[in-house]
Every structure is written in C-alpha cells, then in structure tokens.
Ligand binder design. Structure first.
Ligand code: FAD
Length: 438
C-alpha cells in the first residue's frame, strides 16, 4: 500500500524508535490531502504526526452510496493507523484541533493539550455551505461525513417504514427534496430513486410509487454546470427516466423540521431535505488561520502552498485556495487534494534540506458523475465527454483504484457487480445510534 523510498524495517509490528531529534511535521486532517502528504513524508528524515477527529480516512465520493444503503460505512472508510502501520516515522493522534498558535508553533487540541511542530500542514477539508438559509443547518441533511451518511440512511429508511405503516389506514405521501444539481445531488437522487424501487420490489414495503416524489432543485438553469451543456441534458434525461422531478431556477428560503419553503412561496411537506448545495471552508479550523480568508472561506496560500506570510505553515486540499494560474483557484476535488498533499510534502523536505521550493502545478484529471446504476458522464482532461456505459465503467474503475485498502476494493467491486445485475439486497439497516453521532 505504501511506497517508501527510504529503507524501512519490514517487520509487521510497528516499533517506536526515538525520533525526537528529527524535525516534527504535524498534519491536521487524514483526508485525501493529509494522507497524500503523509505518504510523501513516510520513510523520510522527519517525524510525522497526523491528527484527525476521526480515526479513519473517508472516501467522500462514495458517501452517497452509504446514505442510500448500497454500501456499508466500513467499505468507504479505512483506519488511518492501518494505512501507516509499517511507517515507523508516521504517528497518529485521534483528536480535534481547536486552534493553531503561530507565534509558538503549537496546535491546541480540544482538551487543551498542545503539540509543537516544526512544520504544519493544514488539510482539514471543507464543510457543507448553508448560505445562512434559516433552518438549513438544523434540518437539512448534508453529506460530508460518514456520520452524515448514516443519519441520512436512517432518515430515508425510517420514512419508508412510516409510509409502509400508514398504508393500511391513510397512505401517506413521501417527498424527498435534494437541493443542488452538482455531482453529489445528481448521484444521490439517482441512487435514492433506485433505493425506493428496490424496497418496494424486494422488501415488500407497501408503498404506492405514485405517492413518492424525488425532487432535485437548483437555482441554476441546468445540472452539472462544470460539464458541457449536452452532458447536462443527458443527465437530466436519465434522471427523469428514473422518475426524478427536476426543477431549475428554484431557490430555497427556509427549511423546517419536515418542510421546505421556496422563494415563490410554495411550502412543501418533506420526509427529508438532502443538502448538496455546495461547500465552504468557513466554520472550519482553516478559516480561522488568517484574518482575511480566500474564496469560499479557504486559506490563502502562496504558489508553493505555504500560507501567506508564513515560513512553516502550509495548507492543502479543500481547505486551501490553491492557485491555478495567475487569477484562478483550483476546484475542490479529490485529485487537487492528492496532488497538493504530495507537492506539499516535497516542498517541506526541500525547505528542510535548504533547497528553494517549487510552485504547485495542477494536472487536470477530468471530472465525472454517475447517474443511477448503469450510466455516468466523464469529462476527460482534453474536454471530451464520455457518457453511458463507457462513462460508468470509467467511473467504476477510477473509484475502485483510489479506494483505500484491498479488502474494501474487493468488497465494493463484488457489491457493485452483484447489484449491476439485480441488486437483491443491501445494508438497509436502521441503526439507532446514528442520530446522535457527530
Ligand atoms: C459527498 C461528496 C462527494 C464528492 N465526490 C467527489 C468526486 O466524485 N470526485 C472528486 O474528485 N471529488 C469529490 N468530492 C470532493 C473531494 O472529496 C474533496 O475534494 C476531498 O475530499 C478533499 O480532501 P481533503 O483532504 O482536503 O479534505 P477531506 O477529505 O474533507 O478531509 C479532511 C479531514 O480533516 C479532518 N478534520 C477537519 N477538521 C479537523 C480538526 N479541527 N481537527 C482534526 N481533524 C479535522 C476531517 O475529519 C477529515 O478527515 C466529493 C465531496 C463530497 C463531500
């Protein structure tokens, strides 16, 4: 799993040699960016500590499949300690970082413990953006962590059970509203529609399909705006074929516990509002690192990824406004996170060995989104769009390739193959504690 340049002991039990003489690199966040940075530093002459509030790395692009009961949480997450099990110079601390004190080169954990660093890499990602819409952060359901996905799965499955229970007396209607027509909104609405079809067909839930509405709403005039218009039209046609109602130019003005209100005055009773309207770094640790933050609350960094006016604090991935040319910034995507994490590790090593740093250059790997179980669209780096089954196969291969852990890859591949043909079962479990988990 780890490719190390420096000869490291090959024994399976991790040893704890005294590395206190080596420069200490602290990485906050074990997402795509933090893991890539740590991989770049594993086996080098530095002591690395990854700090994360979760003890696992989450493969965010597949969260929607956990939320819609296609995959188990453990299939899209992997313990950070296991990833670096054989790298003796990489340690892990399970904690939430509260603050960074630049003047003293320390990070302060939630419990007040301070950890000193020679170099700090901030890779804390982003969070759901609610744009100050009343009730949205309280009642809408974002999809940004494994706990979010489990909560949403519970809500969806509980709503379907409620509808079944009501079928004998007064059958209830179920409205699911997905806010945001980007990749997450498109993928979630497609998978949700398939979940509903499956529970009716396979689990015998007594739900009249004509009483269930899955609506995808967006303020924009089309879906998947980073894709060409033809690809957006294709996605719309595919979703509509699955029975999803798509409404453009609709803005949400309030979310209530079981209702949503639009700017045109319509108030709709809902079983769940899935929030896929965008991300922000505001409200995260990264946002508080500077007095003036960059676009989307992100940290402003120099071309080499060091914070403006800092010698030894770096920011990567979704947390950072990574420059793209003179005036633009990189999108908040997994390839940017991985590449910036890797680049940052190289630059830290360059600084430590007295060499000048190099600017980050993003290599565009394209973008993709799935629409249900058999279709996807992929925009390749040159701009070519692949759709339908070839797009779906490309999506499948890429996601399996980047999923951490051989066992996870194997299990996900078996699950997908199984469901491609029939989808007879799935982890449709309502786990009570998910409502209270963070
Ligand atoms: C639902 C969803 C679907 C997506 N789909 C795609 C896709 O298909 N393709 C694509 O390219 N990109 C996709 N993305 C975007 C991609 O996942 C992100 O760009 C990428 O995860 C960013 O990596 P990161 O390491 O910067 O942040 P993250 O992956 O978010 O990791 C941040 C880490 O920091 C930790 N952390 C945060 N704050 C603290 C703190 N104070 N103390 C300790 N730990 C902390 C978190 O626990 C987390 O582990 C998707 C994102 C989401 C949410």
């Amino acid at each position: 799993m780890l490719k190390l340049d420096m000869a490291l002991p090959t024994h399976t039990t991790k040893e704890y040699p005294d590395l206190s003489h080596l420069p200490h690199v602290v990485i906050i966040g074990g997402g795509f960016a933090g893991i890539a940075a740590a991989r770049g530093l594993a086996g080098k002459k530095v002591r690395v500590t990854i700090i994360d509030k979760h003890n696992f790395h989450t493969f965010l692009p597949l969260l929607y499949q956990v939320a819609t009961a296609m995959l188990e949480p453990a299939e899209v997450a992997y313990p950070i300690r296991t990833i670096f099990g054989k790298a003796n110079n990489v340690g892990f601390r399970h904690a939430k970082v509260r603050e960074v004190v630049h003047a003293r080169n320390v990070v302060v954990l939630e419990d007040g413990v301070e950890i000193g660093f020679d170099h700090l890499i901030v890779a804390t990602g982003a969070t759901a953006a609610f744009f100050g819409i009343p009730g949205a952060s309280q009642f809408a359901m974002p999809l940004y962590s494994l706990a979010d996905a489990r909560k949403l799965r519970n809500r969806l499955l509980i709503s379907l059970e409620e509808a079944d229970a009501s079928s004998e007396t007064s059958p209830m209607s179920l409205n699911f509203v997905i806010v945001g027509g980007g990749p997450t909104g498109v993928e979630t609405s497609g998978a949700l529609s398939e979940l509903i079809r499956t529970v009716i067909k396979r689990d015998g839930l007594r739900i009249d399909p004509s009483r269930v509405r899955v609506m995808l709403v967006d303020m924009a005039p089309r879906l998947l705006t980073p894709f060409p218009e033809k690809a957006s039209d294709y996605a719309k046609r595919e979703l509509e074929r699955m029975g999803i109602e798509i409404e453009f130019g609709r803005s949400v003005v309030e979310v209530e516990e079981r209702a949503i209100r639009f700017a045109d005055g319509e108030r709709l009773k809902v079983a769940a509002v899935v929030w896929a309207a965008g991300v922000t770094a505001s409200g995260t640790l990264a946002h508080d690192l500077q007095t003036t933050s960059g676009p989307g609350g992100r940290v402003r960094v120099m071309p080499d990824l060091r914070l403006l006016e800092s010698e030894n604090v770096w920011a990567v991935g979704d947390a950072a406004a990574v420059p793209l040319g003179e005036t633009e910034f990189c999108p908040q995507l997994a390839p940017v996170a991985m590449q910036s994490g890797r680049h940052c590790a190289e630059q830290v090593l360059r600084v430590l060995s007295g060499e000048p740093t190099k600017p980050f250059a993003y290599r565009n790997k394209g973008i993709m989104a799935t629409i249900g179980r058999h279709a996807a669209i992929a925009k390749l780096p040159g701009g070519t769009v692949v759709k339908g089954t070839p797009g779906w196969l490309a999506w499948l291969g890429l996601h399996l390739w980047y999923l951490v852990g051989f066992r996870n890859r194997l299990r996900v591949m078996i699950n997908w193959t199984w469901r491609y043909f029939d989808w007879p079962s799935g982890p449709r479990l309502i786990v009570a504690d998910a409502e209270t988990a963070e």
